[in-house]
Design a protein around this ligand. Structure first.
Ligand code: 9UX
Length: 75
């Protein structure tokens, strides 16, 4: 069983941003897949699949570490 949540991430404008966010989120425990739908100039939906639901604060910190901001999330 796995679970997927979508996070809206602000501030990403190029492929390197996508790489940075993907690497940070992939490093969280239990994460098996990170898919970023880059929308330059807008918030980008990031779909994260994990073994168990992720802690929102952990996700926020990981995205912040990469240099961007979580502005919303949904299941
Ligand atoms: Mo690309 Mo993203 O040069 O912060 S890495 S815009």
């Amino acid at each position: 069983m796995s679970t997927t949540a979508t996070y809206d991430v602000a501030g990403m404008t190029c492929g390197h941003c996508v790489t940075a966010v993907t690497q940070e989120l992939s490093a969280l425990p239990g994460v098996s897949s990170v898919v970023v739908d880059l929308k330059t100039g807008d918030t980008s939906p990031v779909r994260v699949t994990s073994d168990a639901p992720l802690d929102a604060e952990q996700v926020r910190a990981a995205v912040d570490e990469a240099g961007y901001e979580v502005v919303g999330s949904r299941s």
